[in-house]
Design a protein around this ligand. Structure first.
Ligand code: IPE
Ligand code: IPE
Ligand code: MG
Ligand code: MG
Length: 262
């Protein structure tokens, strides 16, 4: 669990969560358990995503994947335990307000919905089911991306907003930003899988093509995929228009999603 979690990912989901809270006047320290829980769920999803039965990858976060460094059983269990620990941390935080217990309950509901069969797990199963099969339509691809990657990213914003005591309109705006950023993030992930540098990314490139994955570059080509990522980030920034300078970290993260090389 420590090997995979502390390897040094980009920490995008926790950053989004903390920045969302600060955007609406909340305090980072109140939101930290949610930020950590989100990173644990994300890391669990990577450990399982890399397993031989899934994407069968050997490099992650610049080091051998969990099942390579240890063994498959250990990797499966480390993922299971990180997912479970995330909810232990969230429910522990709920017992010690502030933020109020109702806010934590909302967070637990949102995170479990986004991570499970209605969100990330559904997206992952659509991804695996499509492997080697008939090419997806653009709508199907967008739905898969929104589920496997977008859902947890959107929820990261929602958690920060809810715990920062945002009003309904603020929550809706931040979720809109999150859904745009989330989709853009996976489009860029697909682009990097084609033309990224494995030494910078800390994971292999070229694997989507080798595995006949449905991706944006495969469906639209690289140029149209890049234009789409640009457009989505523009829409994400637009969703922040009503916020003041406290949303500048979110604005910077939107640009980062577009320009990232890892
Ligand atoms: C990789 O996520 C998998 C996707 C959902 C696209 P990240 O690119 O956020 O991975 P880390 O956390 O930086 O390792
Ligand atoms: C990973 O998607 C999505 C989740 C782990 C939920 P990918 O399989 O496309 O991402 P990488 O390229 O392995 O990081
Ligand atoms: Mg995958
Ligand atoms: Mg993968």
């Amino acid at each position: 669990m420590r090997y995979a979690l502390l390897a040094g990912g980009k920490r995008l989901r926790p950053l989004l969560c903390l920045a969302a809270a600060e955007t609406v006047g909340g305090r980072a320290q109140d939101v930290m358990p949610a930020a950590c829980a989100l990173e644990m769920i994300h890391t669990y999803s990577l450990i399982h995503d890399d397993l031989p039965a899934m994407d069968d990858d050997e490099l992650r976060r610049g080091q051998p994947t969990c099942h390579v460094a240890f063994d498959e059983a250990t990797a499966i269990l480390a993922g299971d335990a990180l997912l479970t620990l995330a909810f232990q941390i969230l429910s522990t935080a709920a017992m010690d307000p502030p933020p109020p217990v109702e806010a934590w309950l909302n967070v637990i509901h949102a995170v479990s919905t986004a991570a499970g069969q209605y969100g990330m797990v559904l997206g992952q199963s659509l991804d695996i089911a499509a492997e080697g099969g008939r090419r997806m339509t653009l709508d199907q691809l967008q739905r898969m991306h929104a589920l496997k990657t977008g859902a947890l990213i959107e929820t990261s914003l929602e958690c920060g907003a809810v715990l920062g005591a945002a009003d309904r309109e603020q929550i809706a705006r931040l979720k809109r930003y999150g859904s745009k950023i989330g989709l853009a993030f996976q489009v860029v992930d697909d682009i990097l899988n084609v033309e990224g540098d494995p030494a910078i990314m800390g994971k292999a490139a070229g694997t989507d093509l080798a595995r006949h994955k449905s991706t944006y570059p495969a469906l639209l080509g690289l140029d149209a995929s890049k234009s789409l990522a640009h457009r989505l980030v523009g829409e994400a920034l637009h969703a922040l228009d009503a916020f003041d300078g406290r949303a500048d970290v979110l604005r910077a993260l939107a640009t980062y999603v577009l320009e990232r090389q890892r």
